[in-house]
Design a protein around this ligand. Structure first.
Ligand SMILES: Cc1cc2nc3c(=O)[nH]c(=O)nc-3n(C[C@H](O)[C@H](O)[C@H](O)COP(=O)(O)OP(=O)(O)OC[C@H]3O[C@@H](n4cnc5c(N)ncnc54)[C@H](O)[C@@H]3O)c2cc1C
Length: 383
């Protein structure tokens, strides 16, 4: 049992609050704590604990036999509680197919994810993996070797893509993988240049072979804990791994396939896109909202349509700042994981929003972030 000490003020009477925090399923009883509080601070401490989402098991008069009263350090100076060990994920498949001997899959379907009026081109591409041993879990990526040769006459290098399907595939029958691909287009010397692999993937027709490597990546894996809280920050195709997590959590067919993973925690998706027609997998997310209103929350930042508090474009970091209280209340819980995925450019904005929100609470984001990372609770994949 872990004992957290509270401030000793001038008040002579000490009360003990016994509470339970959320904890990983691997450590069932680790969340019970006793908090010794001067009577004068009982009411405010009780209210603060309730807001933070812990379960209060009881309040008793006097000092618990194991509790000792010491002055409470400031939140910034308070030593971090020992984080639970980061899972090793030794059983997660990696590099089953390497660039020299890729698996050759076959395209099953390839279609736009965008609605009329959207900016750019984003496709959902599903490939058949049957006949091989390419297995993966949610949060991993695969490599694609586009057809053709590079300017140097050699085969193209692989490009990585986050997997947008669950391990059971979109058809729930296994042996397929889906990607969410944005065609890269940019101007160079006054000419429009199409990205090699993203254009290959957006154009590749059903029936065509595709060379695939991997899977790779253990950074973005979902915790096994069915009671975890999962905060997801996605921009554009960064939704790919989140789409897989949310299917695993809420899709009825997926839930039937996963008797040992009946998600009961809170999943909160922050999604950034430029316009409403650019929202990806919207129908799926709306169906989860209807079926699981207590478990799924969905907050959108639509930069060219919505305004932030200062009248500028609404980006995902503005939504994070708006909800900083709730986000930080969740972060306090060991069962909370944060995932960020999308273009690299999203990182500074999110970092700034988190740093400001942390500072408002007497915390230092530059200290907290590595602690969360070390505990395996801060997951980032940007490109
Ligand atoms: C882990 C990981 C996961 C990823 N997941 C996804 C995903 O789910 N979906 C997705 O669509 N992409 C994803 N990507 C990005 C993907 O790997 C490719 O980088 C992307 O599709 C572009 O590849 P390409 O072959 O089309 O472009 P390329 O032909 O390789 O062109 C890219 C190059 O073009 C140049 N370039 C790009 N923009 C400009 C510009 N504005 N001006 C001048 N030069 C420029 C740069 O030199 C750049 O290196 C992921 C990347 C990583 C690392």
């Amino acid at each position: 049992m872990h004992v957290l000490s509270a401030a000793s003020s001038g008040s002579s009477q000490i009360m003990t609050i016994t509470l339970q925090e959320f904890s990983g399923s691997s450590v069932p009883a680790a969340g019970i704590r006793r908090l010794a509080v001067p009577l004068s601070q009982l009411q405010s401490t009780y209210a603060r604990l309730l807001r933070s989402g812990v379960r209060i098991l009881g309040v008793s008069n006097g000092l618990s036999s194991t509790a000792a009263v010491k002055p409470e350090p400031s939140p910034a100076a308070r030593p971090a509680r020992k984080a639970p060990a980061k899972p090793a994920h030794g059983d997660v498949p990696v590099n089953l197919y390497k660039p020299k001997a890729p698996f050759v899959g076959k395209v099953i379907s390839n279609g736009s994810l965008l609605k009329e009026g959207a900016i750019g081109r984003v496709n959902h591409v599903t490939m058949d993996l049957s006949g091989g041993d390419l297995r993966y879990v949610e949060g991993q990526s695969i490599g694609i070797i586009p057809d053709g040769l590079a300017d140097n006459g050699k085969p193209h290098k692989i490009r990585l893509y986050s997997i947008a399907s669950t391990r059971h595939g979109d058809n729930l029958a296994g042996h397929t993988v889906s990607l969410c691909v944005r065609q890269l287009q940019y101007e160079k010397d006054g000419e429009l240049v199409n990205g090699v692999c993203s254009t290959f993937l957006c154009d590749v027709p059903p029936g065509a072979p595709v060379r695939i490597t991997g899977p790779v990546g253990k950074e973005m894996l979902l915790p096994d804990d069915e009671d975890a809280n999962v905060i997801m920050l996605a921009t554009g195709t960064g939704i790919a791994p989140m789409r897989a997590y949310l299917r695993r959590m809420f899709d009825p067919g997926e839930r039937a396939k996963n008797p040992h993973y009946a998600f009961r925690g809170k999943a909160w998706l922050f999604m950034g896109v430029p316009t409403t027609p650019n929202l990806l997998y919207e129908e799926e997310f709306q169906s989860y909202l209807s079926a699981y209103p207590d478990n799924f929350r969905y907050t959108k930042a639509i930069s060219r349509e919505q305004k932030n508090g200062e009248g500028g474009r609404m980006y995902i970091q503005h939504r994070v700042a708006e909800h900083a209280d709730e986000i930080f209340d969740l972060i306090k819980l060991d069962a909370t994981h944060l995932y960020m995925c999308g273009l690299r450019g999203m990182e500074p904005g999110i970092d700034e929003a988190m740093a400001t929100a942390a500072a408002d609470r007497g915390l230092e984001w530059k200290t907290l972030r590595p602690q969360l990372k070390k505990a395996g609770r801060w997951h980032v994949e940007t490109y």
